[in-house]
Every structure is written in C-alpha cells, then in structure tokens.
Write a protein that binds this ligand. Structure first.
Ligand SMILES: [Zn+2]
Length: 273
C-alpha cells in the first residue's frame, strides 16, 4: 500500500489546473462526509475556483471570494476530474462546475477516509498553511536548511526524521529511502553526524527523486494511488532501493530491508555509509 506523497499530489494538481478558473454551480456530499471534515463546510456554490496550490502533501483550493479548501489526502484520498458526473464508490464531495469547456465535475474520493478537509476563510487558511514545513520542492529547501535542522536535532536518525512533515513537507516513506540512497548515507545515520556535503546530497537526491517521479505521474502498488483521471502512476522504474532486490546505483549489491519506526526502509550496504 503506497500512501500519496508529493509527486502523487502534484500530479493530481497539474491535471486539475488546466480546467481553472471554473464556477461551482452545485455540490453533492456523501452521507459519511463528516468523517473527513475537520471544519464546518461553506457552500462553494456560486464561487469560482481560481487556483490550486500545494504545500508538501496538502492541496489548497482557492476561491474568488478568498475562501479556501485545504485537503490532505491521508492514506487513500484523491481528487478526480471528469466531464461526467463521477459515480465512483467512496466519492465524498463533488462539485459540478461550469467553465469555458462546458460542464465539468471535480470530486474527492477516499475509500479509507483518513483524508482531512478544512473549509477555511483567508486568515484561517494562511495560519494553517504557515504551520506546514518547508516544501521540499521549493527554493527554501536548501542544504543550509537541512544542515541547520540536523544540528538542531543531532540525535534523530535521518530517515525517520525526514518523514516529519513540519520540517520536510512532502517527503514520505519511499522518497526518504530513495533520497538516502542517492545521498550515499545510511538511513540509520544520526542527523548530527551529517556533513555539509551530505546535506547537499540530500537536497540533490530530493530533486532527482521528485523529477523522476513527477515525470511518471507518481508510484503505483496494488491497491495504491491513482491520479485525477483514476489512472495508476508508473514511477517504479526509477527506484534504486525502495522495494528493489538489487541496488540500482551499483547494480550488484543486494538491497537490505529493515524497519524504522514501523516503516519499511531499504538501503544498499555497499553504496551507503
Ligand atoms: Zn549499491
């Protein structure tokens, strides 16, 4: 089971953006929508959806009156787009929209309902977004930033540390294993032991993994993530250690799997020190 990470969320965002701006003319919700709602809902009917941003794994839908819907996808959430009413099971929120193409439908689908939706005004939305960490695809994610974090938390093991969204917004389990491999560092290394050069390796590793995964629309595993059109991603070809038997960097050493804080962690004992 793969949980949506930054490339998966960004893929959905990029698929929806060409259909904006769009006027919401109707909204339908499922009987169990309250389980994903973390605030009261406002009705977006009559408002125009003008933009969708992303910080880490969180999507931010922005309306013309300054209201926002902030959506975290949890384990199995996704936003869908279609020209027809979306009848997929586990559709919890659906907007019927009108734009220059005619009628379109945008819906939130989530079988396991671990996703969270916040309907917020501008002030509340900014507060919520500011509390998220530095997005790993942004210009603020630099080796100086990583080095500062490592000095601040010297006793944290680097791989589980990278999963902490308030410091590394957008890194998830497969990205963390892959980045350690590209940076040639063991996932068990203590943050305080990382050199400036190794922090640079983490930043370039993140860029490499993100560009590869985005090109391929994110990962796929059975029962896992699907994009805004319901298709599975195909970025598995790019992986060097995550769920691999032989290391994709040296192409000869057997990959070792360990558990760190309950999450499967993969590394090459020859390439990573
Ligand atoms: Zn190797």
């Amino acid at each position: 089971m793969i949980i949506p990470e930054l490339p998966e969320v960004e893929t959905i965002r990029r698929q929806l953006l060409p259909h904006l701006p769009t006027l919401v003319v109707d909204m339908n919700v499922s009987p169990v929508v309250s389980s994903i709602l973390k605030t009261e809902m406002f009705s977006p009917v009559g408002k125009t959806l003008i933009d969708i941003n992303r910080v880490g794994k969180v999507m931010d839908f922005i309306f013309d009156d300054g209201n926002h819907i902030i959506s975290g996808l949890g384990m199995s959430g996704a936003w869908r787009f279609d020209k027809q009413y979306i009848t997929e099971k586990h559709t919890h929120i659906q907007f019927e929209c009108q734009n220059s193409e005619g009628q379109i439908f945008i819906a939130y689908v989530d079988p396991r309902r671990f996703g969270k939706c916040h309907f917020l005004d501008e002030v509340e939305a900014m507060k919520k977004l500011d509390a998220l960490g530095v997005d790993i695809s942004s210009d603020q994610f630099t080796s100086e930033y990583v080095l500062t974090l490592c000095k601040r938390f010297p006793n944290k093991e680097i791989k589980p540390f990278m999963l902490e969204q308030k410091y590394f917004a957008g890194i998830g389990n497969y990205i963390a294993s892959e980045v350690c491999a590209h940076a040639s560092i063991l996932p068990t290394r203590l943050a305080g032991s990382l050199t400036n050069k190794e922090c640079k390796g983490i930043v370039s590793g993140v860029k490499l993994v993100l560009s590869g995964s985005l090109e391929k629309r994110g990962l796929t595993f059975s029962g896992g993530h699907t994009d805004a059109t319901g298709k599975k991603g195909d970025a598995l070809d790019n992986l060097v250690v995550f769920h691999q038997s032989v290391c994709g960097i040296c192409e000869k050493t057997k990959v070792i799997k360990i558990e760190m804080k309950g999450r499967g962690t993969f590394y090459c004992p020859a390439c990573q020190k």
